[in-house]
Design a protein around this ligand. Sequence first.
Ligand SMILES: NC(=O)c1ccc[n+]([C@@H]2O[C@H](COP(=O)([O-])OP(=O)(O)OC[C@H]3O[C@@H](n4cnc5c(N)ncnc54)[C@H](OP(=O)(O)O)[C@@H]3O)[C@@H](O)[C@H]2O)c1
Length: 332
Amino acid sequence: MNLPNRYRCLQTIETPTGPNTQLVSLPLSELTSGEVLIRVHYSSLNYKDGLATQAHRGVIKSLPHTPGIDAAGVILECNSSRFTVGQEVIVTGYELGQSHWGGWSEYIRVPIDWIVPLPAPLTLRQSMVLGTAGFTAAQCVLALQRAGLSSEHGPIVVSGASGGVGCWAVSMLSHLGFQVTAATGKKEANDLLLACGATRVIDRQELVESSRRPMLSARWAGAVDTVGGQILNTILRSTKYGGCVAACGLTAGSDLNMTVFPFILRGVQLAGVASADCPYAHRLEIWQTISSTLLTSLPADMVTEVALEQLLDRVADILAGKISGRVVVRVA
Ligand SMILES: NC(=O)c1ccc[n+]([C@@H]2O[C@H](COP(=O)([O-])OP(=O)(O)OC[C@H]3O[C@@H](n4cnc5c(N)ncnc54)[C@H](OP(=O)(O)O)[C@@H]3O)[C@@H](O)[C@H]2O)c1
């Protein structure tokens, strides 16, 4: 196979005025190391990618850096019989787009143990409309099911509902027959969230109760919380006996300052969800579950497709919490 000498990618570099991300052309030999070379067809935009462009120390360790925690494409080089050249694959999480250069790039080199075969009937594009956001939403839904919740138990609230993880959680839960209350800060996302399957849409301010009362009236059978902070605190205090809250995010804050009463008097479970280091065997199962029982589609207005050169326009929006749905990046 004839490989080009150079490839295009977005790179965050250090400048006198701070980190700056731009489209560059680099020698293929400069890719970070890994046994498998992949031609990337699609990537996506996640909140963490926005942080990577700011050189956020919780996400990346050094510059220059290529962001992109998600990539889907075709294998071009692989020395193992586990995969074949030409096979369609997904890479999400692990260190991709963190210590390892990521998917906002025409090519990636990655360790073989990060690679997931694209599960039928997903296409490469669909896998990136899902991306880490859809994968994490699926983990949250599975956590609620593991806690014994089913559609008879009552409403599930999803915070940050118009964001990537949030809209997938709304869509998957509604597909499984749950009553879903979508909490959002965007009035304009109302109709989109109803189209995703939400039964009701509420203003996220309804989930901000700052008194020191250890428990509030029991309202939710469970929750998918993508924002943390005071909203997670309020949800936990408003969850019914035996309920479960799957927590994965921190766009509203990382502190959780509350008493143990919801846990010891109502038996509420707080299920932490961590996608990046999800063990490989479990990761394969989750992708299989997504493609078999959780596969839905988002309303067309919740998916924006951009080319690499247009992606930077969207980065400030995700950091400001302004994007509704998912941004998928067309690379090839
Ligand atoms: N644990 C994991 O493995 C994992 C995996 C993926 C993502 N995450 C985390 O999950 C969170 C969501 O990720 P994402 O990719 O879905 O991000 P996203 O697409 O940017 O969505 C985040 C949403 O949070 C809401 N929001 C933003 N700022 C807020 C604020 N100050 N107060 C309350 N709500 C706010 C907004 O939704 P509304 O306008 O609808 O309220 C926004 O659209 C992030 O913190 C991300 O780092 C964690």
